[in-house]
Write a protein that binds this ligand. Sequence first.
Ligand SMILES: Cc1cc2nc3c(=O)[nH]c(=O)nc-3n(C[C@H](O)[C@H](O)[C@H](O)COP(=O)(O)OP(=O)(O)OC[C@H]3O[C@@H](n4cnc5c(N)ncnc54)[C@H](O)[C@@H]3O)c2cc1C
Length: 327
Amino acid sequence: MPGILIVASALEGSMGRSSVELTGAARNLAGPLSLPMSAALVGQGRGIGQAVETLQQYGVQTVYRCEHPALTPGQSDAVLAALDLVVTKAQPELVLISADTVGREVAPRLAYRLRAALATEVMSLAVDGRAVMARRQVYGGRAIATLEVTARPAVISVKPRAFDVPQPQPVRGTVEEISLTIDPEALPTRVREAQSERAEVGLDDAQVVVGGGRGVGGPEGFKLLEELAAALGGAVGSSRPPADEGWVPITWQIGQTGKSIRPNLYVAVGISGAAQHVAGVSGSRTIVAINKDPEAPIFSLAHYGIVGDFRQVVPALVAKIKAAKGA
Ligand SMILES: Cc1cc2nc3c(=O)[nH]c(=O)nc-3n(C[C@H](O)[C@H](O)[C@H](O)COP(=O)(O)OP(=O)(O)OC[C@H]3O[C@@H](n4cnc5c(N)ncnc54)[C@H](O)[C@@H]3O)c2cc1C
């Protein structure tokens, strides 16, 4: 039966938070549009079985299980081959996919193959009549556009961390095995090398994130930020200039063209607060800004602000935190 198909990824051997967020995004639409929710689960490894259970915990009625050794991170061609089979079978009205590295590539290619409408990097979803109202940033984050998606089928890519993990809503679902015959040698792209983040706590799921900007001045400055993050049990991220300059890995970039995060605490250090950066952190529960310029725009967003040179402020904070923890 046509419904909403989410693309759940277990490409790294287990399913991540972004796929669970998609079940929440889909629920916003499934109720008002009276559509069932199914999932194309793509991946490999031992985590697949657990992923099926998790999807059913979050209300997915039918799981199309696509398991193959070629379904690995970065291998969009294999993912597309699997999705081709699933959409032929499921005939979905709407396909929701996370706008992560693979999803950014797969969403337009899948939409083209389905001759479907496409809305990308969506941050909120609602229903008006039969139309899906999808909000996304435009003009470099300076404005929000509301797209009225009336065509079917439609492919919608959802920005990671734009949606919270929803409350569980367990269902007794069905699982359909999709038999895949992918010849890795025949795929047009090969993944030769995969680099992982060097942060101990992953930026995506960290409850505390310390973000550094151009004001941190270089890799040495980021060492201080890593100390602060370690004291708080969190991860380090950055605005765009430190990633562009190569002071930190590109995977640390937060903002419109980087990651979106929703930690309990975000500490912005030497970051001015440009709209494109704020776009990725505005979902944080508490924001603390450390900046030597009292007029920096970040202070109008921050719940707490410290005006000062981070070279003095950060070590003082680390010492206080360690003392409070009795370390
Ligand atoms: C299409 C597009 C997409 C973009 N995407 C992104 C994105 O995803 N993420 C992103 O971050 N940016 C993005 N940008 C860039 C964005 O517009 C800003 O240029 C960028 O966010 C500025 O980074 P910053 O705040 O670190 O640097 P700056 O704006 O240069 O601010 C540095 C801050 O550090 C403070 N400072 C300096 N020295 C110290 C010190 N010793 N102690 C304390 N504070 C100090 C200064 O007062 C200043 O406020 C994008 C831009 C475009 C056009």
